[in-house]
Design a protein. Structure first.
Length: 266
């Protein structure tokens, strides 16, 4: 009797396990980890995650304080997707580190600008002015492009989005470029004559767009994109989340919350 009972119980347990395992796997599969740099970008991803949850997709937003980490984590499979960088930055990281990552759709535009605590116009910059730019290559290029557009310098046009300080061909005022971590630039305005600041950091520092001496245009190669591993670029869960992010409710959220400091790029 006891032997028959345990045999039946064991069979029932195996049947339950066989039935339950696919469902458990399905629940686990409907989960994404999305990487982002610390700051306001994550607010938008979390708002999209709320909408995704209503459609049965659980999305965990993982913030990184170091800009190198979201791509490293993505390439290693520790996260499923990231959204914190523009395509030139991603291209640079892929070339430098041999990452198997690909750009997907655009997410937001974060137009950078040049601010100064000392001058009302870039025409007022003195000879030898100290100008702050980010210390990573692609965002340094972005800053140099804006100083070029303002007439402060000229760059070798053949270099494109890989231009650096050595590619300056004309510098009438002999300005000096000071390379700093992007997050430090707003805090360094008192020590510099002017600095390029991306609008996500400008937003966090309380810098107003209307006070910028010059602003980037919203439509440019510097829009923030989604990125995924090559082998998961067509993953239906990733595609589902991106579609939710690029929807009208998220557009309205961005416009209402950020008042133009961050713009939808869809």
């Amino acid at each position: 009797m006891n032997r028959r009972f345990f045999t039946l119980a064991g069979a029932a347990l195996l049947a339950f396990t066989a039935f339950a395992t696919p469902n458990t796997a399905a629940v686990a599969a409907d989960h994404l980890k999305v990487g982002v740099s610390a700051g306001p970008y994550g607010d938008i991803l979390r708002e999209a995650a709320k909408l995704a949850a209503k459609e049965g997709l659980e999305v965990e937003v993982v913030e990184f304080s170091d800009w190198n980490l979201p791509n490293a984590a993505l390439d290693a499979g520790e996260i499923d997707l990231n959204s914190f960088q523009h395509k030139p930055y991603l291209d640079n990281q892929i070339a430098a580190r041999n990452y198997k990552l690909v750009p997907l759709e655009t997410a937001i535009a974060v137009p950078g600008g040049i601010w100064s605590a000392k001058y009302k116009s870039l025409n007022d910059l003195p000879e030898g002015a100290r100008l702050g730019i980010p210390n990573d290559p692609t965002n340094a290029t972005r800053a140099l492009f804006l100083f070029r557009d303002a007439g402060v310098i000229e760059l070798d046009p053949s270099v494109g989005t890989k231009a650096g300080i050595l590619d300056i061909t004309k510098n009438q005022k002999k300005v000096q470029f000071v390379e700093l971590d992007a997050a430090q630039l707003p805090r360094s305005l008192d020590d510099l004559d002017a600095a390029f600041v991306s609008n996500n950091y400008a937003h966090l520092a309380g810098l107003k767009r209307e006070d910028a001496l010059i602003q980037e245009k919203a439509e440019s190669e510097w829009s923030i994109i989604f990125a995924a591993r090559e082998d998961r670029k067509d993953d239906p869960l990733i595609r589902k989340y991106i579609a939710i992010y690029r929807s009208e409710p998220i557009r309205q959220f961005i416009e209402e919350k950020f008042k133009g400091s961050i713009l939808p790029a869809f």
